[in-house]
Design a protein around this ligand. Structure first.
Ligand SMILES: Cc1cc2nc3c(=O)[nH]c(=O)nc-3n(C[C@H](O)[C@H](O)[C@H](O)COP(=O)(O)OP(=O)(O)OC[C@H]3O[C@@H](n4cnc5c(N)ncnc54)[C@H](O)[C@@H]3O)c2cc1C
Length: 414
């Protein structure tokens, strides 16, 4: 039996980390209080998008600020008391929206995103669930404006990182997605992108394979964490668990977990919602579509179509506010013939986001055998397997596939 390690958090990041550690001979226990992949990694849009390195805090944000201050846009809402309580996070988030930082962040994130599809495929091959993947690109559409500006910053970054796009006119959009109403004048298809038809099921099937290969899944809610000479003691509702090595991959709860060891972590929350609808009879949707001006993504899922919303800055656990979803639903109905919602309740989740929109993938500042992997904001489903491999390489003393300096813990964790 190899060295023993626990991974706290069974979302996209923790599950992938557990598998990559297992592949390197570690004896791995994956811990979650809930069913694996039932939180953020369940409810996302399911997109593996080659171009997701352009962060929300880019220079265009400054232009949108006056509109956003009215707090009624579909792409960003905020809770004022929450924002006032978290001014340092908001300040750093806005400060990072300058051009130089956006370009640097794009380069850093591209190093995680570029291998993302291949790393997912490797896990799918092991788990036998390749059928969940549709390699059909990602469609961005525009109702009015000219749409995509190839000379703008986004276009420059696409060229710099070799992102293949097809620029589409109204007819080409209709040819690609015949059920979309003829309201879109322009769009572009990001070719080397893909989506999965059920992110939660995909990841749970990865976990089944991990268990079949000898991994342990422990269902417990960790209430306290301490370090000892031998490693770490995790006090759960179900008992005390001891491991010499530990990975914290608890998504939006990671700051809470680390506070048990005395760390202060500047992790913010970009909340989002989804709701499933049935497509009307005869209608179809081949791929995820982002209506940029309306601020929604609609994508085909096993259960129907999933409509996901933009960002709500509020505390992770504050009551849901369905205003953005209610705002976009009529716009979705204009675009696509949808019928009734499915029986599932409206879902709310929380993108864990550092002020520079980059995750932490590193050893903890004050604990040698503690590894950190969280803060994957809008890209955690796609970049989970890449992150998992990097953490496993770090913990195993191997050289890492990419430079991890941009993802250092000391940026935001003291
Ligand atoms: C609306 C929306 C759309 C998105 N769309 C996309 C997309 O298309 N593509 C993409 O790549 N990303 C997308 N994302 C982002 C992505 O979903 C997240 O970045 C990712 O799921 C984060 O994964 P994680 O493993 O870090 O966290 P999580 O999936 O939240 O997992 C953390 C786990 O830790 C467990 N945990 C926490 N604390 C404890 C404790 N004390 N004891 C036991 N267990 C604990 C939780 O139960 C949870 O299961 C989207 C997010 C949202 C909200």
């Amino acid at each position: 039996m190899g060295k023993s390690i626990a991974v706290l958090g069974a979302g996209s990041v923790g599950i992938s980390t557990a598998i990559h550690l297992q592949q390197r001979g570690w004896d791995v226990t994956l811990i979650d209080r809930a069913e694996p992949a039932s939180e953020t990694s369940y409810g996302n849009a399911g997109v593996v998008n080659a171009s997701s390195f352009v962060t929300l805090n880019n220079p265009a944000l400054y232009k949108k600020l006056p509109a956003m201050l009215l707090n009624n846009t579909s792409y960003l809402r905020y809770n004022l008391p929450h924002v006032l309580k978290n001014l340092p996070w908001v300040f750093h988030f806005l400060k990072n929206a300058n051009k130089q930082q956006t370009v640097q962040t794009a380069a850093d994130l591209a190093s995680l995103i570029e291998p993302a599809l291949d790393e997912h495929k490797a896990l799918m091959q092991r788990a036998g669930n390749m059928h969940r993947l549709a390699e059909v690109g990602w469609l961005k559409v525009f109702r009015q404006g000219a749409g995509f500006d190839p000379e703008g910053l986004e276009g420059q970054l696409y060229r710099r990182f070799g992102i293949a796009i097809d620029t589409l006119d109204a007819a080409a959009i209709r040819e690609l997605e015949p059920s979309l109403a003829p309201i879109y004048g322009a769009g572009f298809l990001i070719r080397d992108s893909a989506s999965v038809n059920n992110p939660g099921a995909l990841l749970r099937e990865y976990v089944q394979q991990f268990i079949s290969d000898g991994g342990t899944l422990l269902n417990d809610d960790i209430q306290d964490l301490s370090s000892t000479a031998e490693g770490f003691e995790l006090q759960g509702n179900g008992g005390l668990h001891k491991y010499p090595h530990l990975v914290v991959a608890a998504g939006p709860w990671s700051a809470d977990v680390l506070s048990m060891l005395g760390y202060k972590t500047q992790l913010g929350f970009e909340r989002g919602y989804h709701q499933h609808y049935h497509l009307s009879e005869g209608a179809s949707l081949g791929r995820s579509v982002h209506d940029v001006e309306s601020g929604f993504i609609v994508g085909p899922m096993e259960i129907g179509v999933r409509i996901t919303t933009g960002v709500e800055l509020n505390h992770r656990d504050a009551e849901s506010n369905h205003a953005q979803l209610e705002q976009v639903l009529p716009r979705v109905r204009e675009a696509l013939p949808i019928g009734e919602p499915t029986d599932d309740p409206i879902w709310r989740g929380c993108r864990p986001t550092f002020p520079d929109s980059k995750p932490v993938i590193d050893r903890a500042p004050r604990h040698d055998h503690l590894w950190l992997a969280f803060g994957h904001q809008h890209i955690g489903l796609m970049s989970g397997p890449v992150t998992g491999k990097l953490v496993a390489q770090l913990a195993s003393g191997e050289s890492t596939d990419i430079d991890l300096q941009p993802f250092s813990a000391q940026r935001w964790i003291q």
